[in-house]
Every structure is written in structure tokens, then in C-alpha cells.
Design a protein around this ligand. Structure first.
Ligand SMILES: Nc1ncnc2c1ncn2[C@@H]1O[C@H](COP(=O)(O)OP(=O)(O)OP(=O)(O)O)[C@@H](O)[C@H]1O
Ligand SMILES: [Mg+2]
Length: 245
């Protein structure tokens, strides 16, 4: 579904991503882990077109999308959420999701239809699936951090992606919120048969849902494989897991 070939990103003389190659089969769930500054967010930005790679290729279902703009890559079925929460705090929860659905269906310029009637059913269905239906009328900014991250997930899902990239989906959450969010992501991934690539610092989360794990260290993948093999890898233990124990 997604293939990275020898992907590089240099910022001046500094290599943030230094030759990453991997394949993500359709329907699989992969975690990218690594210490702060390892290059995880940069790697996601290269995949989604938010920054152009210095070298290498990104292929989506065999098609070369390297250097394509973010809206084009989104349209081709790659959805994402960001490490920092990124919602409109003054819109209601309903409006946040509705706006994302309207944007996806390019109805924004259809000004002679009353916008609040657009995609009402779809918005409510998505809110129900996120467990946010009872908060539809609250201002998004008034919700808990965990709920705000769930709105972001909803915004990413509004474009009906085939691949979902989540950059630290449980960052800053309490243990309870983290569990709920992971259950939610796992359920939605299953229901929609999504291919999922995510970054995460919480190892319990990583080992509970990832089918494969890539370990990024100084822009390079130092390990890639099944969770048990990665957990047992001596270099991974030394540079990453060991560091946090
Ligand atoms: N636009 C940029 N210009 C210069 N350097 C950058 C830029 N973006 C990222 N970097 C550097 O690239 C390296 C990788 O950053 P990145 O944000 O990808 O790490 P990360 O693995 O996501 O870290 P974290 O776990 O803290 O989110 C860091 O050293 C960072 O300072
Ligand atoms: Mg990051």
C-alpha cells in the first residue's frame, strides 16, 4: 500500500531522515518509535507532502507520489493527524467534523445551500463512531485534551482515507484517555480496514496494537520487524528501550 524507498531529508547540513526504506502492506498496523528528535514527525511530513524529500521516493499503491502537495496526497487516500492538537477551538464539535466533510467533498463554494444542513447525517454518524455524539454542540476548545485528539482523528477520517498516519495520537493524555483512544483507533482501523502508521512514546500502546515496529534513531531505521523481534534486538535496547528503563 505504502512504500518508502531510501528517503532522505536534510535541513542544511543536518540529516533528519537518512535513508529510510520500508513497505506497509494493505490493512497492516505499523508503529514508528524512536527517541525525541529521531526524525519520526519529519518522516510523516515527507509521506504526506508537507515537506519535500531531499532524495528518495514515496509510492502509494505503486504510484510515485514523491513531492506531490498535501491536498493531492490526502485526496489519494492518505489521512493524518498532527503531534500538536490542531482544531478550531470556537467551532462546535459538530462543526469541526462537518467542516472537514464539506472540505473533503469540495462543497465549500456551494453557497446557495445552507451550510448547516450539509453532511448532517454523515457528521452525526462519524461523531457516534468516535463516541462524541453527546458533545456535538460543545465548543471544541472546551473539551478535554483526549476528546480534542479524538476530534482530530475524526477530521482525518472525514477524508475517508485508506491509510491513516497518526503522530503521537495519545500525547499528553491520562492513562484512562490513552486506553480509550487506543481502543477507539484499533476499532476504527478494523471497521474501515485501514492501513495504519503511527508514532508513539508509550510502549504499552505500541506493543498492544502494532503488528510491526520500525525503530528510528538519528534518521535511520535501526530495526524493523515483528514486535517481539524488535523488543529483543540488542541495539534497540541499547539506544532506545534501555534508555527509558
Ligand atoms: N524544519 C526544520 N528545520 C530544521 N531542523 C528540523 C526541522 N524539522 C525538524 N528538524 C530537526 O530534525 C530532527 C528530527 O525532528 P522530528 O521532529 O522529526 O523528530 P521526532 O522523532 O518527531 O521527535 P519527537 O519524538 O520529539 O516528536 C530534530 O533534530 C529536529 O530539530
Ligand atoms: Mg515528533
Amino acid at each position: 500500500m505504502l512504500e518508502l524507498r531510501d528517503l532522505h531529508k536534510r535541513f542544511g547540513g543536518f540529516s533528519a531522515v537518512a535513508g529510510v526504506s520500508l513497505e506497509l502492506p494493505k490493512g497492516s498496523i505499523m508503529a514508528i518509535i524512536g527517541p525525541n528528535g529521531a526524525g519520526k514527525s519529519t518522516l510523516f511530513n515527507l509521506i504526506t507532502g508537507h515537506i519535500p524529500p531531499s532524495a528518495g521516493q514515496v509510492l502509494l499503491a505503486g504510484r510515485d507520489i514523491t513531492g506531490a502537495p498535501p491536498y493531492e496526497i490526502c485526496r489519494l487516500g492518505v489521512g493524518r493527524s498532527f503531534q500538536r492538537t490542531n482544531i478550531f477551538p470556537h467551532l462546535s464539535v459538530f462543526e469541526c467534523i462537518q467542516a472537514a466533510l464539506i472540505a473533503h467533498h469540495r462543497m465549500g463554494r456551494n453557497f446557495w445551500r445552507r451550510s448547516e444542513t450539509l453532511y448532517r447525517t454523515e457528521t452525526l454518524a462519524l461523531l457516534r463512531s468516535l463516541g462524541l455524539a453527546d458533545k456535538a454542540d460543545s465548543p471544541a476548545g472546551a473539551l478535554s485534551h483526549g476528546n480534542q485528539k479524538q476530534i482530530e482523528l475524526g477530521i482525518a477520517l472525514a477524508s475517508d482515507p485508506e491509510i491513516l498516519l497518526l503522530d503521537e495520537p495519545t500525547a499528553g493524555m491520562s492513562a484512562v484517555e490513552t486506553h480509550e483512544t487506543i481502543d477507539l483507533i484499533a476499532r476504527i482501523a478494523r471497521e474501515r480496514r485501514l492501513t495504519l502508521l503511527f508514532t508513539e512514546h508509550d510502549m504499552e500502546v505500541v506493543f498492544s496494537i502494532a503488528q510491526s515496529i520500525g525503530v528510528l534513531h538519528q534518521g535511520r531505521l535501526i530495526a524493523l520487524g515483528a514486535p517481539e523481534a524488535v523488543r529483543a534486538d540488542p541495539e534497540v535496547r541499547r539506544v532506545y528501550l534501555g534508555e527509558r528503563e
